[in-house]
Design a binder for this molecule. Structure first.
Ligand code: AR6
Length: 166
């Protein structure tokens, strides 16, 4: 089952730390900036390599790019791009979580930490995010440890409420 915690995802110990990236994969603000800063400059170098090889036109919304985690307490960073409210189909948010979980299991990872993808700069409401994650976990039944990391206490409360509902 999932554990809902409040904190900075860059300080969380998990096999995989998920980054709410953008399609350029070249870093940005929010959780993306924090993860790059904590992982160190080699993370950006690996992202640049991916842009030259696997994702020449950028990472499509809902898909996952795997890198090493460098200075983070993790084995991998999974970069995924959530939908932008008012521009993209919000159901793509589900794809981010499903594709990350599938990839984590494929790579034999035992734990994964997610931020609330798309709920910052991309403007998706936190309750929509919580309901989406709850639904994904119900459908996918992942057999690995899931950490849902909310930066703001108010967002954690919203997740707690949604996960309490039947
Ligand atoms: N740990 C956990 N969650 C965090 C942290 C942290 N250290 N910092 C912020 N959050 P956002 P998006 C929360 O904007 O909406 C970037 O520039 C934050 O409170 O980081 O998917 C990228 O490069 C919010 O709930 O990601 C893209 O351009 C959640 O993380 C764009 O922003 C997501 O907020 C992606 O926007």
């Amino acid at each position: 089952m999932a554990e809902i915690i409040q904190g900075n995802i860059a300080n969380v110990k998990a096999d995989v730390i998920v980054n709410a990236a953008n399609r350029t994969l070249l870093g940005g603000g929010g959780v993306d900036g924090v993860i790059h800063a904590a992982a160190g400059p080699e993370l950006l170098d690996e992202c640049l390599e991916l842009r030259k090889s696997k994702f020449v036109s950028g990472l499509p919304t809902g898909q996952v790019a795997v890198t090493k985690a460098y200075n983070l307490k993790a084995k991998h960073v999974f970069h995924t791009v959530g939908p932008i409210k008012g521009k993209d189909d919000l159901s793509l948010l589900k794809d981010c979580y499903v594709n990350c979980l599938k990839k984590a299991e494929e790579l034999g990872m035992k734990s994964i930490a997610f931020p609330a993808i798309s709920t910052g700069f991309y403007g998706v409401p936190v309750d929509y995010s919580a309901k989406t994650v709850k639904q994904v976990l119900k459908e996918e039944k992942p057999r690995i440890k899931i950490l849902l990391v909310l930066y703001d206490y108010a967002d954690k409360k919203i997740y707690d409420e949604v996960f309490k509902e039947k």
